[in-house]
Design a protein around this ligand. Sequence first.
Ligand SMILES: [Zn+2]
Length: 480
Amino acid sequence: MKIALPLAACLSVPILSAQLPRADRARVLKQMDDTAPHYGQLSRLIWEFAEVGYKETKSSALLQDELRKHGFRIEENIGNIPTAFTATWGSGAPVIALMGEYDALPELSQEDVPERKPRSVGAPGHGCGHNLFGAAVAMAAITAKDYVEQHKLPGTIRFYGTPAEEGGGGKVYMARAGAFRDADVALTWHPGSENHAGLGSSLANINAKFKFRGVASHAASAPWNGRSALDAVLLMNHALELMREHVPTETRIHYIITKGGAAPNIVPENAETYVYARHPKMTVLDGVWARVVKCAEAAALATETKMEMEIVNSVWDVLPNDALAALLDKNLNAAGGVKYTPEERAFAEKLRRTMDLSSAPPLGSEETIVPPQVMRGLGGSTDVGDISWQLPTAQFTAATWAPGTSAHSWQSTAFSGMTIGRKGMLVAAKTLALTVLDLLHDPQQVKLAREAFEKRRAGVEYRSRVPALQGAPLTYRDTK
Ligand SMILES: [Zn+2]
């Protein structure tokens, strides 16, 4: 198996020797191989539940039960979010936060077969692999706890059940409620199509619904009496299209029309467009967003309609952490890649025939570790970003899908429900468990993580762009 150069060597971050003894490491990894079928089953159940953001009742309860059974103290309803919870074991410093997600995506229902076949047409599915995500983090928390209990190490392990990552920003509101106040370090991972730990970031994101209100009228007999809210939506979106040329290059702007009127023969009284703007830096995005709002105001002025903006959510870009990335990379290499059986390879081959593979690497018989790189792609946005500006935070990717698979696709739902997904999940859980134990074994690592955090933060103060008194958007996935 090809093992990449440890990240520490590239970044000159010292990896101290007071870490977990080698024999203990081997024992921990062996224990995880033994318990893998159980946690694989847990991930499969969450995959079948396929609950969207803030509706993850069964998924959240399943993970809570598992953690409770292993002696974790559960705290529910964090930040007034019914599906958010924490599960804590141990006491005192350092407090290691492990963040697990479990929300599914609308309309991505899919059987674990290599051709398009929804389990239930139009239903949600785990196209971002968050079923593997939550189960792997629970597995890591429980495994690390077993070791800490046995060896009487000081410190606290806390699993954060963080709902609605897909656009609902659960972590923003959990942090606002003080759930991370005493945490020293936060760790997480994400399913993907390669094994990779590095200094990747994500896009800061502000999104809002722009609601226009006009005057209804008969569209044929008295159109002059009407003021069309739909016209305002079209005008605003056109203004955004023109603005696209004049914003910083890495900006992303996208929208959907969420309300366009009731019938063609009625001048639309109400219309609504739902807009996302993103940029690698929140500080730059602030300026872009101010102009998005001007487009809305101008559209209302021109069409003599009223405009109301409702910020749905906002997340920060991820602030990487050099010290934690180095530890994760070392432990990802210790966990190793995955090997596929001939059946899994055939499954992946067949699924890859349904994808655009122009920029995808070939399919091997195993997924190895990709060498760390300082920056990779623009990617999407995540509420991990908000945590990363409040305390030292790091995440990595494990290969739960074949190379070339897009997140948020039916193909990724298929992989996330079968053994290829579960093999990647085990790599992730092992990497996390070893990293928690390194941090608890050697408090100096926690100090290095804090130093790396302060250095990258460079004095920028975190403040969420969601209005201070606004709660989590618990109904954002509601369809009328
Ligand atoms: Zn995701």
